[in-house]
Design a binder for this molecule. Structure first.
Ligand code: WT7
Length: 651
């Protein structure tokens, strides 16, 4: 390990390599590394020409654009002056191509009720709801706040907004009234969409009650539209509240998609920074649309007869780009599911895969770790032979969890695409291509065409092979965020001020000698032990490779001698939390990565504090490990009781 570098030390060794089968590669749109490299090179050498060719073929243009790219520092415009429409590209385009009868959404509710909508039917519903919104005075640039369960109407609402140039702001239906009001006020939302309630593990969550509370502090909202989903009683404010079905009762069945300028804001989506108030990430129309569509087709090697299932919620960017806009602009058949993975039992997902013959499955590492904990028998009951591509997103995946996913879910046969990206990037940035890339467990492998990564150390110099540093993106790409809603200064400070001319991702990464990228966690999460900068994921992966460990989080805590000591919070797979096991785990880490990375404290716990999208909140664990009062914003925490329990764990 180098002593001088201001980069991050790499201590993880992972040599397993999984090339796609000849059969898979033979049927894939991009079936070799050579083909991938050609595409990537073309995009890098002449981005204008590359994207011009794709944009003309893949999007419908009401009016053609002039310049492909106009750049002024970090302010960029793509497909300048062109006119298109996201909703048109997701719906009308397929009907015109003769695919109107293809299934767009296969939906299953938590209680087991189902609905199927073809592209033609979806188009009809979207038109009606768009006309309903217009009746309430919604027009171009108005912000529509959406707080709804995972029903087809959630996708319908998003597509209806896009159709008429309204800006949607989807808020995950697990957030509090306070969180809704904060976001509504920041966005100056004019309309609120919700439902009477939401099914969650056999119970009803009264969404409308939460919205009623939020409305007390959302002065800009003029109307609330309520979908009847569960039939529970709701309070009603005459004049303000409208039933969805009544609003759509007497409207025109057609609503032509409005030609919108390429750079029109399509949506904002709030993402919590590690501290401070949530930022409204602003995305556009044409560039975002093209990025979501192309990355969907490339990364999943999508074919028209695939049944594609992304288990995310539309409240996150994954739901925006890979439930709605990406797959639907490609014309894919998407499974959409309302419920939880463990209700009524821990095999619910696999039951769905078998029932609907799902062929592409995209989920999060946090879910995979839960599946492992629930036991292989939940999986083995089901025929998963329809699967052909598996994906992950949201966090790094520990190599051992990757191997389990590969063997138990993929039957050793399905390529895994570990997709690295962010709310801000609009779509996937780095990922294997399933027919081309030989995968390495734990690596998101290579950048997609159009993505030019750079890794620099703290003095902004490029790091060498296998050296960790700050991950940046050096060139603009069509799907990139265009701003932070109402806060240009924060946009500049957060993403552009640190490394001039580069987009700062906020993640650390290293690139190995095969040109494969390894994400090493958030910049703030680095642990500095005796001058060595270690990434959390490496310590965690070593721990998780022990059979007793289900899930863990490593953080630094102050230490007089070493600067920082390593504290690991750890949940077990049924094993007893004994002193013996603690010693054994320390030895195990020593063997896996060396003495430097051996945890000083191991604190056993039943559960870790997570955001509602499943990311571990290491910031809170740092406070607990240091014996400090937990500070900062905890509004995105999923389970408050987990915090109190953690404080009482001790090494
Ligand atoms: C952050 C972005 C991407 C949509 C869902 C989350 C982490 C995401 C990976 C991955 C390692 C990953 C990064 C990133 N992340 N995917 N494949 N490997 N880390 O979106 O909430 O904006 O979070 O999630 O730290 O910066 P988000």
């Amino acid at each position: 390990m180098s002593e001088q570098s201001s980069g991050i030390d790499n201590v993880m060794q992972e040599n397993r390599l999984f090339p796609p089968s000849a059969e898979f590669a033979g049927n894939a749109a991009i079936g070799s590394m050579q083909q991938y490299q050609e595409l990537w090179d073309r995009a890098e050498k002449d981005p204008t020409r590359f994207w011009d060719g794709i944009a003309k073929d893949e999007l419908h243009w009401f009016e053609p654009y002039g310049d492909v790219l106009k750049q002024d520092g970090h302010n960029v415009e793509w497909f300048v002056g062109g006119k298109t429409n996201l909703s048109y590209n997701c719906l009308d385009a397929h009907i015109e191509a003769g695919n109107g009868d293809r299934k767009a959404i296969i939906w299953e509710g938590e209680p087991g009720d189902t609905r199927t909508l073809t592209y033609r039917e979806l188009h009809g519903e979207v038109c009606k709801f768009a006309n309903g919104l217009k009746k309430l005075g919604v027009g171009v640039g108005d912000v529509v706040s959406i707080y709804m369960p995972m029903t087809p109407e959630l996708a319908i609402a998003m597509l209806a907004c896009a159709r008429i140039g309204a800006i949607h702001s989807v808020i995950f239906a697990g957030f509090s009234a306070e969180a809704i009001a904060d976001r509504n006020n920041d966005a100056k939302a004019k309309i609120q969409l919700t439902s009477d309630g939401l099914n969650r593990r056999g119970k009803v969550l009264p969404l409308k009650d939460t919205v009623d509370d939020a409305m007390k502090k959302s002065p800009t909202v003029e109307h609330v539209v309520v979908l009847r989903r569960v039939g529970n009683e709701v309070q009603w404010t005459e004049g303000r509240d409208h039933w969805w079905h009544e609003l759509c009762d007497s409207v025109d069945a057609d609503c032509p998609a409005l030609p919108l300028d390429s750079e029109t804001t399509s949506f904002i989506l709030y993402t919590s920074g590690s501290t401070g108030k949530p930022k409204g990430i602003r995305h556009t129309t044409a560039g975002y649309n093209l990025w979501a569509k192309m990355t969907f087709k490339w990364v999943f090697d999508w074919k028209p007869d695939d049944v594609y299932w992304c288990t995310a919620d539309c409240g996150w960017i994954t739901g925006h780009s890979y439930i709605v806009y990406g797959p639907m602009s490609a014309g894919a058949t998407c499974l959409m599911f309302e419920g939880a993975p463990n209700y009524p039992a821990e095999n619910r997902f696999w039951e769905l895969v078998e029932k609907y013959r799902v062929s592409i499955f995209y989920t999060a590492p946090t879910a995979i770790r839960a599946f492992i904990k629930w036991g292989d028998e939940q999986v083995e009951k089901h025929d998963l032979s329809s699967l052909r591509v598996l994906g992950t997103v949201g966090e790094g995946i520990n190599p051992e969890a990757w191997m389990w996913y590969h063997e138990k879910i993929g039957g050793g046969r399905c390529p895994i695409v570990d997709t690295w990206w962010q709310t801000e990037t609009g779509g996937i940035m780095m990922s294997p291509l399933p027919g081309a890339t030989a995968t390495k467990p734990g690596s998101c492998t290579k950048p997609l065409p159009g993505v030019v990564p750079a890794i620099v150390d703290e003095s902004l110099k490029p790091v060498g092979e296998n050296q960790g540093g700050m991950l940046c993106i050096a060139k603009p790409w069509p799907g990139m965020l265009r701003g932070v809603w109402g806060d240009d200064q924060r946009f500049f400070d957060t993403y552009w001020a640190t490394v001039p001319g580069n987009y700062l991702t906020g993640d650390n990464a290293r690139c190995d000698n095969d040109g494969y990228y390894w994400i090493m966690g958030r910049i703030d999460d680095v642990i500095n032990v005796s001058g060595h900068r270690l990434s959390t994921i490496e310590v965690e992966s070593a721990m998780v490779s022990h059979e007793a460990v289900a899930e863990c989080a490593a953080v630094g805590r102050p230490d007089e001698i070493k600067g920082q000591a390593i504290a690991v919070f750890c949940s077990l797979r049924g094993a007893e939390p004994t002193e013996e096991l603690r010693k054994e785990l320390k030895l195990h880490v020593r063997k896996e990565i060396g003495a430097l990375a051996v945890p000083d404290d191991i604190r056993f716990t039943d559960s870790l504090p997570k955001t509602r999208s499943g990311k571990i909140m290491r910031r809170l664990l740092r406070d607990i490990a240091a014996g400090r009062q937990v500070a900062g914003d905890v509004s995105t925490l999923e389970d408050y009781t987990a915090l109190a329990k953690l404080a009482s764990t001790e090494d």
